[in-house]
Design a protein. Sequence first.
Length: 228
Amino acid sequence: MKNNVVQRRAALGLGGKALLAGVVWALALTAQADSVDLLAQFMKQARSGRADFTQVVTSPTRAGQVARAKTSSGRFEFQRPGKFRFDYRKPFVQTLVADGQTLWLHDVDLNQVTARPQSQALGATPAALLTAGTDLQALKADFQFTPEPSQDGLQWVRATPVQRDGPIRSVMVGLRASAAGPELAVLDVQDSLGQRSLLTFMGFEVNPVLASSTFVFKAPAGVDVIRP
């Protein structure tokens, strides 16, 4: 009789553990699914944004080589649809502006401006992911979105370009939930050559009022303007 009781308790214990494991697994799946919902919410609610950023670019290594990383920092602003501005302040001053029609790159040290049609220059890029569409559905023609496990207090979504022969292999989007709505925290970009670009955003502001002049670029006098 005693053995039967012990066996039943053991069976109940195993069943309880299995149930707990099932609950944890279900919660994990829900959290992952919610990360895509959070990205959709960010796309819908964040009509504009502003943050400081740090960018670390790591080149692929070869046998016997040490990975090389280059760090830069600056200010990022965007307004949907299709307008953004990166002001790089360290270690070199550069300005990257998309005004909805043209993508401008001003390299101060080179005294040079490069201007490209925005529709040709962006495509399935992280910048397009951030600013081009007004909702997640609009981006599904260019990206596949897959939920990833939560980590470091962030919810993660992997965006993979539909066209696999482009310059971007994948983009990991890290989002933080806040009282003001979802905030963009991290973009982790892997390109087709094996280079990694990690952008971390600090002090993200959701829907700030941005002056229209923010996304207007005029080449300084005496600067060479190149239109490839």
